[in-house]
Ligand binder design. Structure first.
Ligand code: SAM
Ligand code: SF4
Length: 329
């Protein structure tokens, strides 16, 4: 059976799987204060279903998985699920994106399970501002997680959503974290949708604005070679131990080398962050699909992956407005 290749020759090897749509925080750019309308528990994929989907995809060449959400660690037994995934030896990397508020006690276990990297979302190093952005008082917990992760052997990336008028004054402070520590700080362009509709921004902090801001501060910026499929353009300050990168999430200049597919917590298969969902794999499974039928469906769907995020967005019936916690950011 063929692997997963689209009609532009892009090979798919990376699955982003949202294990839940629930979250313990309420980041302003991600969801409204009252949260999003969460789905009924029985609509969520079960761990057994997620395990099967991952196994089938790994037999088709997927060798990297990112667990995300919502907040993955709010789902009960998430660590046990990680343990079961760790037995799939076709997966070369298991990565997790987390807000870090609930994980400081799990770090040793994550190391033991061979988790590759943690992407920790932290948008401010100032307690008051952090708590305002997330609408929860969890800065101390998240910072403790950051410190523990720095000391652990897990690869650590920090996700910082650059928010106009909120945290742009901290861009340099974040880069300074990479001076003595092997941390990859990644600045993400804010996408103006948060589960409620368009979010207005005073100024657009896109890739160019972010890099120009950094160039105004440092004279010794070196490009860092990254994998072709990397979501970020990466750099380092000469003699700094760590690196920094910018993710052009909204300006979408990285689509040519995309190697990713997404599955949301309710089983919606997405060829692109910006598409509206192609089919529901949960329903397909619950209607009795065999592994071979699943494989055929994945192969034919990936073949139709849109060329880029603009084409995917244009083909949608409705505007992109859903929360990233539903999409599985
Ligand atoms: N709850 C986890 C976390 O925050 O890391 C995982 C899910 S969250 C949706 C994944 C990533 O998407 C986070 O780094 C978050 O900052 C980012 N994100 C959410 N909404 C966004 C938006 N409107 N624009 C850009 N990034 C966003
Ligand atoms: Fe929750 Fe992550 Fe969205 Fe923040 S960005 S509300 S932590 S899902």
């Amino acid at each position: 059976m063929k692997g997963l290749t689209d009609k532009f020759g892009r090979k798919i090897s990376y699955l982003r799987l949202a294990v839940t749509d629930r979250c313990n925080l309420r980041c302003q750019y991600c969801m409204p204060a009252q949260g999003i309308d969460i789905v009924d528990r029985k609509e969520l994929l079960t761990y057994k279903e997620m395990y099967r989907i991952t196994r089938v995809l790994s037999e088709l060449g997927v060798n990297k998985i990112r667990l995300t959400g919502g907040e993955p660690f709010v789902r009960k037994d998430f660590v046990n699920f990680l343990e079961s995934l760790s037995f799939n030896n076709k997966l070369k990397e298991i990565n997790i994106t987390t807000n870090g508020a609930l994980i400081s006690n799990h770090i040793d276990k994550l190391v033991e399970l061979g988790i590759n990297a943690i992407n920790l979302s932290i948008d401010s190093l100032q307690e008051e501002k952090f708590n305002e952005i997330t609408r929860r008082n969890v800065f101390k917990d998240v910072y403790q997680t950051l410190e523990k992760l720095e000391e652990s052997p897990l690869k650590l990336k920090l996700n910082v959503v650059v928010q106009s008028g909120v945290n742009t004054d901290e861009i340099i402070d974040f880069i300074e974290l990479s001076k003595n520590k092997d941390i990859a700080v990644r600045f993400i362009e804010e996408m103006p949708f948060n589960g409620k509709g368009q979010r207005t921004m005073d100024e657009v902090w896109n890739f160019n604005k972010i890099i120009n801001h950094i160039r105004n501060h440092y004279t010794s910026i070196e490009p860092v070679l990254s994998k072709k499929s990397s979501t970020s353009k990466n750099y380092k300050i000469s003699n700094y131990k760590g690196t920094f990168g910018i993710i052009p999430a909204f300006t979408r200049t990285i689509c040519n080398d995309c190697d990713r597919i997404r599955i949301t917590s309710t089983g919606l298969f997405k060829n692109c962050l910006f598409d509206g969902g192609v089919f529901n794999v949960r329903d397909f499974i619950r209607n009795g699909a065999s592994d071979n039928e699943l494989k055929e469906l994945f192969i034919s769907t990936v073949h139709r992956k849109p060329k880029n995020g603009f084409i995917a967005e244009a083909a949608r019936k409705n505007d992109v407005s859903e929360s990233m916690s539903t999409i599985g950011g």
